[in-house]
Every structure is written in C-alpha cells, then in structure tokens.
Design a protein around this ligand. Structure first.
Ligand SMILES: [Zn+2]
Length: 315
C-alpha cells in the first residue's frame, strides 16, 4: 500500500478543525484521552515541562536530558510506525499544551508539521536531524537524505546537545540542570559508541553485511564498518514487487549474507519469505524507529540489544 499523503493531510486538517471547535465550545480538547485536569500553565504538567516527541526513541533522549523537571510524551507509541503514522485528535490536544515539540525532520515525521499548525501549538519545534554540523548525510529515498541519523551513537550525542539547548531556551531556570545531565549522558553515549565498535569488530570483516526490512541502518553501518546489501522495502508503506524481492534474494546470495533482519513495527512476513528463499536466518526483532519492552525501553538499551542481535546472527 502506498501512503496517501493527500488523504492524511485532509485528516490532519479535520483534526485541527475538531480541536478548534472543541476549544470554542469550552470543552476539553482531549476526547477519549481525558485532559490533565490540572490548573497548571500551558506547557507544564504540575511543575513539569511538557515535551512532545514524534517517537519513543526521542522521548527517551528528552527524559535523559530533562530528568525529573520534564514530562516527555511520544505521539507514536512503542511498536507504531513513525513514517506512516496517522495522527489522532488527542495528539493535537497534547501539542497545544506542549512547551517543546521534538521531531527528526528529513521526511521521517513530516506529518507533525501540519498537525502543529492546525493544532495552533505555540511551542518551540526542534528538528533533531536537520542541518547538523560536521555530519555527512547519506542518501535515502528519492535522493533525499536518509533520516535515521540516531542509529550512529555519535549522532545521538549531537541530538542530545541540540535537546539541551532547546530545553534551556524554553525553561531557562532549568538550564544548568539540563547541561549537567546532557554532559553526563553524553559520556555514557561515548562509552556505548566504543562498546558498539568493539562488538562489531568481533564479526569477521566479510560477514559484516546487513539486510533489513526498511532502510534504517546506513548511518549505523557507515559508523561501525558494516555494508548494507539491501532492504526489503524502498520506504515503509511501499510493498516490494516480485522483481524487487527476486533481486534482493540474488544480492543476499551473491554477498553470502548470513541473516536478514525484520523490525517489530512491521509485518515480518515478507522478510521471512526473503530469508526462506535465500536460505538464510531471519532475526525479527531489530529496533530502530521505536523502543519496546525492557531492556529495549531506552536508547542505550535499544542499541545494545541490536548490536547483540547483529553480532549473534552474523558472527
Ligand atoms: Zn525508519
């Protein structure tokens, strides 16, 4: 199925109209979800700064930098697909209460832009992945930059620096705490980066070859010395044709790829069929755009989990 952007745009506009109508009628703008019921100022939950993110990976980065001072909420839940997400009316209500809105940009979560304007959200919007200095952007769908920068841990450190700056802008009183927490968390990410490097080096060089369901791992591969042999879909929501699948199976055999990886937010059936056809192992739980249950409930946990799966399957 191809995502129908026009229909989604119409749906966003409809949600915006619903929110405005509810606000005009003096109703809670969170049908089904319930309002917070507090008398706190917009952008605070009690005394906490409300930060709304598009996915749960960014929500964890916000929580690491924000600590107790911040309430971070992801619009796309764990296991949801951030590429093809259809916003709900309660999402617009959350955005209108946020002090900071966090997205990746680069086409990953463009649906948020319309939603922010139709919700009338006045919060600062930060795009973590766009215009980062000293980053070599890799090409993705239709020649645009691939958006999955955070799967290189060094880029996650850049996201953290940008988050600390954004939090300090919307909550100046908390700035010293944000900088301290960001510095401590960055040291942990530097250790994580070194650990990933050491783990991948245990895989024989000619076996460091990746095939995933969607094209989420080019920055990971580029940073840690793996080769991307292919992905099953050109983009989430676009099913491959029979010729595409046959071409991928040929590439897997030619490169002697030892395993293919599926991701929990997508149906694994096509990857399983590709693996069967190519005669290789399939690993169905490689995380990228969403966190999951413990121990995959943090960015650090997700990276460790993925690296253990990759090393286990390719070594
Ligand atoms: Zn993705």
């Amino acid at each position: 199925m191809k995502p129908d952007r026009r229909r989604r745009g119409a749906r966003v506009a409809l949600i915006g109209a619903i929110v405005l109508a509810l606000a005009a009628a003096g109703c809670s703008a969170a049908p089904g979800g319930g309002s917070t019921g507090s008398t706190a100022a917009p952008g605070t939950q009690g005394n906490r700064v409300l930060v709304v993110t598009t996915n749960t990976v960014f929500a964890d980065l916000v929580a690491q930098v924000g600590g107790e001072r911040v309430e971070s909420v992801s619009l796309v839940p764990n296991g949801g697909d951030v590429h093809t997400y259809d916003p709900r009316p309660s999402d617009a209500a959350r955005l209108s209460k946020a002090r900071l809105i966090v997205m990746n940009g680069l086409g990953l979560d463009d649906w948020l832009t319309n939603l922010v304007s139709t919700a009338g959200a006045a919060a600062l919007v930060v795009r973590l992945g766009e215009g980062l200095p000293d980053v070599r952007y890799l090409s993705g769908e239709n020649g645009a930059a691939n958006p999955h920068l955070w799967l290189n841990v060094a880029n996650a450190e850049r996201y953290v620096a940008r988050l600390a700056d954004a939090l300090a802008r919307v909550d100046a009183a908390g700035a010293p705490g944000y900088r301290t927490r960001a510095a401590a968390y960055t040291r942990r990410l530097q250790d994580l980066d070194a650990w990933v490097r050491a783990q991948i080096e245990t895989i024989p060089v000619d076996q460091r070859r990746l095939v995933s369901f969607h094209d989420a791992f080019p920055y990971f591969a580029d940073a840690y010395g793996l080769q991307i042999v292919g992905s099953v879909v050109a983009a989430p929501g676009q099913d491959p044709g029979a010729a595409d699948v046959a071409h991928l199976v040929d590439a897997i055999r030619a490169a002697h790829v030892r395993a293919v990886f599926a991701e929990p937010q997508f149906n694994p059936a096509v990857v399983q069929a590709v693996a069967r056809e190519a005669g290789v192992r399939v690993v169905t739980d490689l995380y990228d755009d969403t966190l999951g249950p413990p121990p995959v409930d943090t960015y650090e946990g997700m990276i460790r989990w993925d690296v253990e799966r990759v090393v286990g399957a390719l070594r």
